[in-house]
Design a protein around this ligand. Sequence first.
Ligand code: ZN
Length: 146
Amino acid sequence: MNDNAVARFKEEMKGKGFQNKAVVSAEEMARAVALLDAQDGVVETPPEELRYIEGLLRLPLGHLDQFKIVPGKGYEVCACGRTPTALDIVSHALKKRIHDVETIRDTLIGFTNLVEFSEGGRAAECFDCGRASLSGSYWTHAYLYA
Ligand SMILES: [Zn+2]
């Protein structure tokens, strides 16, 4: 399983008529997450940063048991030494008001299994120093961007 498997999954979803995002079944979500987990260069957000994200979004403590990312090419480690995680993406989205807190919170609570199709990754900022960052894909139990 590799990036091609992820690409095939996206093509399959697009073949079902989904354009930019898809609400999928629990079974499809589990399959997509397994494909993403098997990619090269997966970074797990450390537990203390998961707790920080829960705090930012007023989620119950311990709600997120994993939130993984694959940094964009050339963005695996920031010039300041930090390895980007989901915290960089979430805090950037909140700071720049890309989405409001409720939207991000609802997404991470997981009322639906949501798949968003990436076109070349999503810009973020290093949580420690503010330098530009890019994430290729990121995912948690009921949401994925890839
Ligand atoms: Zn940095």
